[in-house]
Design a protein around this ligand. Structure first.
Ligand SMILES: C[S@@+](CC[C@H](N)C(=O)[O-])C[C@H]1O[C@@H](n2cnc3c(N)ncnc32)[C@H](O)[C@@H]1O
Length: 181
């Protein structure tokens, strides 16, 4: 199946599910991951953070920084817009995480929760996150343990020219949560 078709199917899957149902099914599970991950990075309000594959904006809501949220699904982004309507310094956009509409070197941190296994070329997403970030910026990535082993996610990150610096492996979360730089 061609890359464009794969992405169209993914978009359709999330559009059909819709934001409300996504949150009901996965909201609590995702928030547990964020709590764990946010212990790994220090964000300041003046920083610019990207949530790559932001879905319904569950994480965007929790980040105290200027946040860019990018996602393929219009339906999930609609929910993200409603969720963050009262927030200043949030910019939500439809787009492809494998080809970020962001200039090089402008991000201070990136996040990508439970997105990589959806992608035809996950290294591109990580390399794009790296390109768009300042040198040494933290990149937090999570993947469900059922979809990738720790060795697989570590190898993927290193193929993308990033270095794994911490891994959170806790029973509280279904995901590997990895900090890379
Ligand atoms: C399991 S959801 C995770 C959403 C969000 N990160 C969270 O923590 O709730 C996967 C998300 O990745 C998005 N996605 C998949 N492929 C994408 C791509 N190529 N570019 C941007 N977003 C993508 C989907 O639309 C969906 O919102």
């Amino acid at each position: 199946m061609g890359e464009r078709l794969v992405k169209a199917r993914i978009r359709e899957r999330y559009d059909d599910l819709g934001g409300r149902l996504y949150d009901l099914r996965y909201g609590e599970e995702q928030r547990v991951k964020y709590r764990e991950a946010l212990s790994l990075v220090r964000l300041d309000p003046w920083m610019v953070a990207l949530d790559n594959g932001c879905g319904t904006g569950l994480l965007v809501e929790e980040l105290d920084a200027y946040v860019v949220g990018l996602d393929l699904s219009q339906a999930l982004l609609r929910e993200a817009r409603a969720r963050t309507a009262s927030r200043e310094r949030v910019h939500l956009a439809i787009g492809d995480s494998e080809s970020l509409p962001i200039r090089s070197g402008v991000l201070d941190a990136t996040f990508s929760f439970t997105v990589l296994p959806n992608l035809p070329h996950p290294e591109r997403t990580l390399m794009e996150s790296r390109r768009a970030s300042s040198p040494g910026a933290p990149h937090i990535v999570s993947t469900h343990r059922k979809t990738m082993t720790l060795e697989e996610i570590t190898a993927l990150i290193e193929r993308s020219c990033l270095k794994v610096t911490r891994v959170i492996d806790t029973e509280k979360s279904n995901d590997w949560i990895v900090l890379a730089e």
